[in-house]
Design a protein around this ligand. Sequence first.
Ligand code: SAM
Ligand code: SF4
Length: 328
Amino acid sequence: MLVDAFQRRITYLRLSVTDRCDLRCTYCMPEAMTFLPRREVLTLEELHRLSLAFIARGVTKLRITGGEPLVRRDVIDLVRALGREIGTGLDELTLTTNGTQLAQHADALTAAGVRRINVSLDTIDRDRFRALTGRDRLPQVLEGIAAAREAGLAVKLNVVALKDVNAAEIPDLIAWAHGHDHDVTLIEVMPLGEIAEDRSDQFLSLAKVRADLDKRWTLVPSAHRTGGPARYLDIAETGGRLGLITPLTGNFCDGCNRIRVTTTGQLYPCLGGGEMVDLRAALRSGDPDRALSGAMDRAMAIKPHRHGFAIERGAAPAQPRHMSVTGG
Ligand code: SAM
Ligand code: SF4
């Protein structure tokens, strides 16, 4: 089993299959983002092998992410291969996507054994979407969400709360999502990687959002958990569930069960830390299974107790790595 120095059991792997993306969300990456050279990226076979090694060490939940996972060619082959592990060690295989290519892949995801996905959608206003992501793709995303539901996938929407951008729209977005039977989780923006703007102009505390929502709706704290960092509220009037992920205003590191692997095989035991173990070298060694297992043990020894995120005007990001590199 994977247990870190603070006796936290690690059961949840977020695997980045690409750092590339077809959108440019302003809080995530700059328009002129530099991507990794393709030769450095692990093959799908290597990502598969690596995932099996984690499952053998007690990982029960695996999320495929990126970058935008659905822009990686043949990624569905990996999803299919990992889907075969569900029920024999793996409890859940899931995916986080921006939804632009979801319509083409929804049926294949269901057939592979995926049951729930997260779709990131920060606005349902077409002009705002174009301004926020740099691309006019809201219609494709909405089509993708509809296709996912049609294919039998439960869809949870991830919404990054952004001052002056979507703050005023958040209640309408929640009402829309709950009206379509999608759960929603709000996320505070995190200081990861350089972007064109200052994140202090974007940051919106979820304590403030919650106080505003409280004036409109009856919010009932819920005991619901999905194995991630979100804490949940039920909204009596919409009949839906609202998750809150508060890396800045409500640290949740004590209960952390997660690790992340980048598309080049770097294992980051903490999203907000620089600690890293190189799995690519282990994978390409003479005895990969043994080397991978040893690398995982090293990662457990160096997993920090908590991140130290802070957002201050003019300050450098907590980590130079963008979330799209580490895997969201
Ligand atoms: N491209 C996919 C997507 O957008 O769903 C998957 C990768 S994306 C990095 C995963 C999640 O991270 C998304 O919900 C996105 O909104 C969020 N994200 C990206 N950069 C972030 C940041 N600096 N702070 C908080 N959330 C961020
Ligand atoms: Fe791409 Fe996701 Fe980052 Fe947006 S949040 S730029 S969709 S990786």
